[in-house]
Design a protein around this ligand. Structure first.
Ligand code: ADP
Ligand code: MG
Ligand code: ZN
Length: 720
């Protein structure tokens, strides 16, 4: 069967053991020579859908791609895998061009990457019509559609090109989900509907979070400090903002470069290259950055300013985590940005344009303000239903759910204070009055004599600012774009007259991070860094981006499994036969050298190894201390440590298969035997790795400390 062959190639060439969603179905369809349209989100794995058939087909596969940089990248990667591919485009020297033509004629190349205008040249057509062409691939197929964001007139003519290769099956691929564009592609290319494959647009590995933008630079710093050595993109609204943020970060010695349309082509190209080659970690950019970048290990995307609409937001965050490992997407959400965008929208002449832009903005605000799983509004926007209770990968799903509460009284206090002071002041001053401050400004203006003076002491200053931000977003309060003074809107007056209620949140969210993956807990960070250096050294020598050698995930697996022979290496994600031959020795030697320097890393009878890391040693000491103290409370009073930290260490201890005294543990919880039993059966059913779904399952009636202890007991009992 051809599909068995496809599976062999998946492992032997690409080094992967499983197909991703839809890949197998698509490949089957293509191999049966049925024209196919593939719609998958960025990073979904579209390339394999035509590359594997190309390696199976006898004849040539032509791959049409709009961007020279993408073609170059793909051909480099394929060549490294030992799959022969060449490129024809205007950037080649005459000698290179001739060389590639020769490879095609001699049937030494299985894939030809070509720009549409090059393909349409008579000379290229003549060359190709004398050859057996089995597959015509149209990558970024949305370029066919005028409704797409990236229309290319040359793409329209591809329908005619199709008729020049009657033997060839056509595969069109895109990440654009809108039905309009899909229809345009199938109609233009005359595909039948039954051969359209649409994957879900849910990118499970992206951690989505939105926080109130109150001090964006500090918030960004805090976020970055936890992400040393990670690649990421920070998107800003304007060139000016990009330059400013770049200067600030650069001054603080971050590895960072700017990117926007105001820089020269050469500068932009250089900055992009540095980023792709892991020579620079962070790019601060306007939305001009990202098209044509395939870098798989972008670990975070920050929106420093509000994106234009949900579609661009989705595209921009889509650049993170292509390698399938978790990545963080942080949106800083500030009312100032809404006001700014509104201001620009109002400048538009065309009424219809204004209306559409406002709708887009509203959709985005709804997303940012959403209190339930963020995947719901996001996927809904693309016409998909997301009905999972808890995604485990967004801020709203991972923190204890906070219900929206009635904040009408707070709103009334705030709004009436705004009215009493003549709608003349900003939020800071209003909060000072509400909290009964004796600041100079308050006393000077005699605002201590107002009836609203000191009526809001129940909330802190920060809480009031958080509340006022919600009032602005909910449009019961408005800020003068020029002077910063607050005004009560029509809707706000209804609130004052108690005709409308206001619901919102009292507690402000903190920046969090994507949950750690299980692999993440157990790999050797020190070895990973050494392997990264090795990879970089090889990549630089060959003038490749490091990911062309091996993706991060491969190195992480190596750092978890310590392969010291090529036999062990071949079973690792992303290691195929050709790469094994090329680089296997270098990496195996690196691992062996590392093991020699670390005799404390034990080898288990089954050949697996486990390193007792510095951090890991802590959990051993805590477990020992607990065994001595025989009580968590006693231990807490002896040691200066938080309960949550202690529980975490004990959990790690039992996870590693070690035993604690069951009866001691039972003393630590206030839960009854019955309750414990119920929790265990939930663990059995939905897993125990993440506790928030379990917390939800019990309608929040069992607190987290008890759940943590229950989990330790549960895992401990499974250790024999
Ligand atoms: P797209 O073109 O849809 O944006 P790519 O084809 O570039 O995505 O694939 C994204 C990443 O996923 C690449 O690094 C690719 O090697 C990897 N990938 C694709 N298919 C698989 C698979 N079956 N198993 C593991 N990784 C895969
Ligand atoms: Mg692609
Ligand atoms: Zn969620």
């Amino acid at each position: 069967m051809m599909i068995t062959k496809a599976k062999d190639i998946l492992k032997s060439v690409f080094g992967y053991s499983e197909f991703r969603t839809l890949q197998e179905e698509v490949i089957k369809n293509v191999l049966a020579k049925r024209d196919t349209l593939v719609i998958m989100p960025t990073g979904g794995g579209k390339s394999l859908c035509y590359q594997i058939p190309a390696l199976i087909f006898d004849g040539l596969t032509i791959v049409i791609s709009p961007l020279i940089s993408l073609m170059k990248d793909q051909v480099e990667q394929l060549t490294e895998l030992g799959a022969s591919a060449v490129v024809l485009n205007s950037s080649l020297s005459p000698a290179e061009y001739e060389e590639n033509i020769k490879l095609i004629k001699e049937k030494k190349a299985k894939m030809l990457y070509v720009a549409p205008e090059t393909l349409m040249m008579e000379r290229t057509m003549n060359l190709l019509s004398s050859l057996k062409v089995d597959c015509l691939t149209i990558d970024e197929a949305h370029c066919i559609s005028e409704w797409g964001h990236d229309f290319r007139p040359e793409y329209r003519q591809l329908a005619d090109v199709r008729s020049r290769f009657p033997e060839a099956v056509t595969v069109a691929l895109t990440a654009t989900a809108t039905p309009r564009v899909q229809q345009d592609i199938t109609r233009t290319l005359r595909f039948s509907e039954s051969n359209v494959f649409i994957a879900s647009f849910n990118r499970e590995n992206l951690f989505l979070q939105v926080i109130r933008k109150n001090d964006p630079f500090e918030q960004t710093l805090k976020f970055l400090k936890k992400r040393e050595n990670q690649s990421g993109i920070i998107y800003c609204f304007s060139r000016k903002q990009v330059d400013e943020l770049y200067e600030q970060l650069h001054y603080l010695k971050f590895s960072v470069r700017p990117y926007h349309a105001g820089l020269s082509d050469a500068q932009r190209k250089r900055h992009q290259e540095l980023f792709i080659k892991d020579d620079v970690q962070i790019i601060v950019a306007t939305i001009a950055f990202g098209m044509g970048i395939n870098k798989p290990n972008v670990r975070f995307v920050i929106h420093y300013d509000l994106p234009k609409n949900i579609e661009s937001y989705y595209q921009e965050i889509g650049r993170a985590g292509r390698d399938g490992l978790n990545a963080d997407c942080l949106l800083l959400f500030g009312y100032g940005d809404i006001a700014k965008i509104n201001y620009f929208i109002d400048q538009k002449e065309n009424e219809k344009e204004r209306r559409i832009a406002k709708q887009h903005l509203n959709d985005l605000i709804n997303y940012a303000e959403f209190y339930d799983c963020r995947r719901k509004p996001l996927l809904n926007y693309f016409g998909e239903n997301y009905d999972k209770e808890n995604c485990g990968m967004c801020d709203n799903c991972t923190k204890p759910k906070e219900e929206l509460v009635d904040i009408t009284i707070a709103a009334q206090k705030f709004l009436s204070c705004v009215v009493r002071t003549g709608e003349y002041f900003g939020a800071m001053h209003i909060v000072d009055i509400l909290r009964g401050s004796k600041s100079q400004k308050v006393l000077e203006k005699r605002h201590d004599a107002l009836s609203t003076y000191g009526i809001g002491k129940e909330y802190s200053k920060e809480q009031w600012l958080h509340l006022s931000h919600q009032f602005l977003v909910k449009n019961i309060l408005k800020k003068d774009y020029e002077f910063g003074s607050l005004k009560v809107t029509e809707k706000g007056r209804e609130v004052l007259r108690s005709k409308k209620k206001v619901f919102g949140k009292l507690k402000e969210a903190e920046i969090s991070s994507a949950p750690k993956e299980s692999l993440d807990l157990f790999y050797d960070k020190e070895l990973f860094e050494i392997l990264r250096l090795k990879r970089k050294e090889i990549a630089d020598r060959l003038h490749f981006p490091p990911y062309v050698i091996f993706p991060d995930k491969t190195l992480i697996e190596m750092a978890a499994r310590y392969p010291t022979s090529t036999d062990m290496l071949i079973s690792i994600h992303g290691v195929g036969a050709v790469k094994l031959k090329k680089y296997g020795k270098a990496f195996v030697e690196t691992v062996a050298g590392y093991l020699e320097k670390h005799p404390e890393i034990q080898t288990n009878p089954d050949g697996t190894r486990l390193k007792l890391r510095k951090k890991s040693l802590a959990y051993l000491s805590y477990a020992k201390a607990y065994k001595n103290a025989k009580s968590i409370n006693k231990l807490l009073s002896e040691l200066n440590v938080k309960l949550s930290t202690l529980l975490k260490h004990l959990y790690t201890y039992v996870l590693e298969g070690k035993r604690l005294d069951d009866s001691l543990l039972l003393n630590e919880t206030s839960l009854s035997k019955d309750e414990l039993k119920k929790i265990f059966s939930v663990f059995d059913r939905i897993g125990f790795e993440a506790l928030s779904p379990v917390f939800e399952e019990f309608n929040k009636s069992i607190d987290y400390d008890n759940l943590h202890i229950a989990r330790i007991i549960y895992v401990n009992r499974s250790n024999k």
